[in-house]
Design a protein around this ligand. Structure first.
Ligand code: AMP
Length: 115
């Protein structure tokens, strides 16, 4: 059975978070350790453990998730200057919470390659 992660607890409101958006499909909240002036995490309410699980997911649900990520970035005012979406996936990418989450990073000049 999947582990009850920190983000399951945030979704259930057992742990508080700075929520910036919620709808039927997703919850978006500010990262507690921001790596950019704007750093928000977006999780689907229908749990998947990592980006890799999207390979088998319902394409319609995947589309709703991706659309929601783009709308949250727009709502945060990042569209004009640009932003980065990151899905850390698995050990070498240092995924630390086993609940899929899109990082939205923006509000500063981002560098490439990432570390
Ligand atoms: P990852 O390393 O990609 O799994 O990202 C997990 C993210 O969750 C990190 O950027 C953490 O700073 C963030 N995080 C950990 N605890 C919390 C929390 N209580 N509220 C919001 N973000 C958190």
């Amino acid at each position: 059975m999947a582990e009850d992660t920190l983000f399951d607890k945030i979704l259930r409101k057992d742990i508080s978070a700075d929520i910036v958006h919620e709808d039927d499909d997703v919850l978006a909240f500010r990262d507690i350790n921001p790596q950019a002036p704007t750093h928000v995490l977006v999780i689907p309410k229908q749990k998947l453990e990592s980006f890799a699980d999207l390979a088998e997911a319902d394409p319609e649900a995947v589309g709703r998730y991706m659309g929601a990520v783009a709308r949250v970035a727009r709502q945060l005012g990042l569209e004009e200057r640009g932003y980065r979406i990151v899905f850390n996936t698995g050990p070498e990418a240092q995924q630390s919470v086993q609940y899929i989450h899109a990082h939205i990073l923006g509000g500063r000049q981002l560098t490439w390659p990432p570390g």
